[in-house]
Write a protein that binds this ligand. Structure first.
Ligand code: ADP
Length: 610
């Protein structure tokens, strides 16, 4: 810490402020002591007043060549310039004025010096001392001379009986398994050193946001009962170059003192991004911090008991130097939970609230396909809030179902009033999707359709539910999916003969899927199994970039249009063939605003059974 100098600038400012304040004080206070109101007159006035016997006191100040005098009541002080006057003594004698003394008692020079200079300095010194002591207390301890700069502000997670355990992290069994070894090592390091095995120094937890990476790291510390240091990568990046590096040094110093312990660096990509990768060129501070981190990781011996866990959702952007053996050499994927995992996470969080008999978390888990742990926790919380809003303390199934829609699609927009015609269009649009989906062999059944506008901007909403988790999709299934996306627009075309802007999201989805089929999944005859696109970050949005010649791009675009067109046509045919059902279902949705999957299938199959 010695090399970190205390910031000089603030002190300089402080001194300047003090100086300015002293000068101001002087200007205000000094005149009060030494001067009062003085009226300047000429010598003739003085002589006139003397002759008229109107003088009170008179002081002849020869050194300044002036006369100070007061009126008879001694309320006004006059000053007049003196001219040589041999009759002055006689004039004074006959005027009846008191003279020979000092009118203005000059303030004692020592007192005035004390009052105008020493007192303000003492006051400001005392205030300054008080302020700096306060700052020291804030920065904490003797390091406070540096005002806390360069000191790592890693939060130490205090062990308590309430510490997070593996059992609190639902699902994620694979991740827990690979971390269990670390816990075992921290419990009995001897076993490992005797066998000559060394623990990895760093473990990288990789996965989308909200999947419980932080929780897992805390759980490792909780299970092993060791201190837990937690800091976010972005906290290292400081305003001053070199401060981040100094923070890293300090963090490792603290950790070594507390070993065995866990150091958790969240969002390590904030400092661990590839150096000189182009977009971030010239960020010295970040590079220095990363270099320091690498040096520190190399610096400490294996088996010192300091285990570094780091989390990121952008593993591909990390500097290769970070992930090489000896540093973060183990990578633990923390993926989005599957159906079972989702149910387990819901169960963990549902324990914190009161649930009604009718609650079926399996159904909720099925409906919330693709949700992360954090989103599931949010769903439970939203449901509890909804229950409170309607004056209950017990959460029921419909609270949970509604809160899925809230978390995924936003709140119901109470004041958005659709015109009659708009409502009808939306109803047909949504039924169009559902009907195309249901009529195709491979599509997932519909769970629920509503046409209550959402704050997210969607006017209607169709919830599809997979019966199980799907890892592979066939070409036909993908094509059917595209047809389903186009179903909404197709219904509008058939029924109203014109189209609306309501299909923009469908268009985006259908295009994305069709493009992926051709450029990534090798599902076209023309391009066979050649990758024309690479995904640059799989956990965040999955943006893809094209890696082919411009002519090929043109060709791909043409194929994409063709693919969507065929599916659009297919959707239209399906709807035309089922026009009566389309009308019946849309009418029902228009009247009731919500239709469940069961009701939908009921209406759809009604005529077929009889
Ligand atoms: P990450 O670090 O991956 O972004 P967090 O660990 O901060 O995610 O998780 C955020 C919240 O989500 C947690 O506080 C917890 O409530 C919830 N959560 C996420 N994953 C799980 C899980 N597997 N089990 C239970 N709760 C989870």
């Amino acid at each position: 810490m010695k090399e970190v100098k205390s910031p000089k600038k603030p002190l300089i400012y402080y001194y300047l402020i003090v100086l300015a304040a002293i000068l101001l004080f002087n200007m205000i206070v000094t005149p009060l002591i030494s001067q009062s109101q003085v009226v300047e007159v000429d010598y003739g006035t003085f002589v006139q007043m003397a002759e008229d016997q109107e003088l009170g006191q008179v002081e002849v100040d020869e050194s300044q060549n002036q006369i100070l005098f007061t009126d008879k009541d001694e309320t006004v002080l006059y000053k007049a310039g003196m001219i040589p006057d041999p009759d002055l003594a006689q004039l004074l004698k006959t005027s009846g004025a008191k003279y020979g003394g000092e009118i203005l008692k000059q303030a004692n020079p020592i007192v005035s010096f004390l009052l105008s200079w020493v007192l303000p300095i003492v006051i400001f010194a005392l205030v300054g001392q008080y302020m700096s002591r306060k700052l020291m207390n804030q920065a904490g301890g003797k390091d406070a001379m540096t005002f806390g700069l360069g000191k790592s502000n890693a939060k130490i997670y205090v062990q308590s009986t309430k510490g997070i355990r593996f059992s609190d992290v639902a699902g994620e069994d694979e991740a827990k398994e690979s971390l269990a070894e670390i816990v075992d090592y921290l419990h009995s390091p001897k076993k490992y050193t005797e066998a000559g095995a060394s623990m990895p120094k760093g473990i990288l937890l990789v996965g989308p946001p909200g999947t419980g990476k932080t929780m897992l790291a805390k759980a490792v510390a909780g299970e092993a009962n060791v201190p837990f240091f937690s800091i976010s990568g972005s906290e290292f990046v400081e305003m001053f170059v070199g401060m981040g590096a100094s923070k890293v040094r300090d963090l490792f110093k603290q950790a070594k003192e507390k070993a065995p312990c866990i150091v958790f660096i969240d969002e390590i990509d904030a400092i661990g991004q590839k150096r000189n990768s182009g977009h971030y060129g010239g960020n010295d501070e970040r590079e220095q911090t990363l270099n320091q981190l690498l040096t520190e990781m190399d610096g400490f011996e294996e088996n010192t008991g300091v285990i570094i866990l780091a989390a990121t959702n952008r593993p591909e952007s990390l500097d290769p130097a970070l992930t090489r053996p000896g540093r973060f050499d183990r990578r633990v994927p923390v993926e989005l939970p599957d159906l079972q995992g989702r149910e387990a996470i819901l169960k963990v969080h549902a324990k914190k609230i009161k649930t009604a008999e009718d609650v079926d978390l399996h159904v909720i888990a099925r409906m919330a396909s693709g949700a992360s742990g954090a989103e599931l926790a949010n769903i439970i919380n939203e449901a509890a809030l909804r229950a409170v809003r309607s004056g209950r303390t017990v959460v029921n199934q419909s609270d949970l179902e509604e809160s899925i829609e809230v978390v995924i699609a936003g709140y119901q927009k109470k004041n958005a009033v659709l015109s009659d015609q708009e409502k009808r269009v939306v109803a047909y649009h949504e039924i169009g999707h559902a009907l195309v989906s249901a009529k195709q062999f491979h599509s997932a059944p519909v769970q629920k359709i509503t046409i209550i506008p959402r704050t997210s901007g969607a006017l209607g909403y169709t919830m599809q539910v997979e019966t199980g988790d799907k890892y592979l999709m066939t070409k036909e299934e993908l094509e059917d999916k595209i047809a389903t996306y186009t179903g909404g627009r197709a219904a509008e075309e058939i029924v109203f003969g014109s189209v609306t802007t309501g299909a923009s999201n469908d268009i985006e989805q259908a295009t994305k899927l069709a493009r992926a089929m051709i450029s990534r999944y090798g599902m076209s005859d023309e391009f066979d199994m050649v990758a024309m696109e690479t995904v640059s970050n799989q956990y965040l949005g999955g943006d893809a970039s094209l890696t082919c010649a411009p002519e090929t791009q043109k060709e791909i675009d043409r194929k994409v249009v063709e693919l969507v067109k065929i599916q659009h046509e297919k959707a239209r045919k399906i709807l035309e063939a089922n026009r009566a059902k389309l009308d019946e279902l849309a009418e029902y949705l228009y009247e009731n605003e919500t239709i469940t999957g069961e009701m939908f299938m009921d209406i759809l199959t009604r005529g077929e059974n009889s």
